[in-house]
Design a binder for this molecule. Sequence first.
Ligand code: SF4
Length: 327
Amino acid sequence: MAAAAVQPLLDIRGLTVEFAVEGGGSLRAVDGVSLQLAAGGTLGLVGESGCGKTVTAMSIPRLVPQPPGRIVGGEIRLQGKELLRLPIRELRQIRGRDIGVIFQEPMTALSPLRRIGDQLAEVVLLHRPVSRREALGLGLEWLEKVGIPDPRQRMEAFPFELSGGMRQRVMIAMAMMLQPCLVIADEPTTALDVTIQAQILDLMRAIRNREAGLLLITHDMGVIWEMCERMAVMYASRLVECGSVKEIFAEPLHPYTIGLMRSIPALHDGKGRLAHIPGQVPSLSALPPGCAFADRCEHAMPICRRERPELLGNVNGRQVACHLHRG
Ligand code: SF4
């Protein structure tokens, strides 16, 4: 008898998101994206800004502003539950309790007018039947856990009284304190200086619930290497390559992924310069009929300008959308 397939923690199928544009019409910010993340797994979603990675991630807790955004197709299942069709009341229960979100800019999530302790306690009170005193106690415990000095004093502080690195630690506490099964981190270290970046990545590794899945959004291949087991590369609203981080770093297949690899400082040309991918990302409102990367690709063939390459998988679980790798 065949073994039953293990259900992934997060299963995104054919996600398609459009944004209304001024003057009428719409553009497709995410086009048919499918991703799976196992419980305890770490998946990095990488690409240049504007490629659709943040919109993909924010569609999971349905935090894409509607309008102008609209999820026009696909399914998102978390532990088997279809999130896109869930009534908003149920979804609010899931946000915070089952899905923790760490934003690039903590002030997106923190209210500037309320004390840190009150904001932490509120997250607990929304989801757990505990007293305010117990909620404050859990908040304090988590400030200690994320390495905030003088945590009692910081409970009374307003966000503007903390440094950027401290605010990011508070937001990590807020996202993780209820031990969600899925943590989404959107460029969690981009706004911080290099030393603090390393500390925040260490912290996320140290306090992550090993049963939880981590979806990490970044443009930084170094962060992917440090934090993730699997990765997915996005370009102009579509996935172009998916697979294990080790395999992709050892042998990237898609020409865009190869270009991203060349942009990693450790792999630069030895003369102190970072390689960069020539040309520009095409506008999402005027994508060419074939491969969106064709104008920047040194391997472009006539078929690339006619036919859009589908994302095809091989036996090793690697998926690539490129006419160079068709079966
Ligand atoms: Fe280059 Fe063609 Fe592959 Fe696109 S499909 S990445 S243009 S070789």
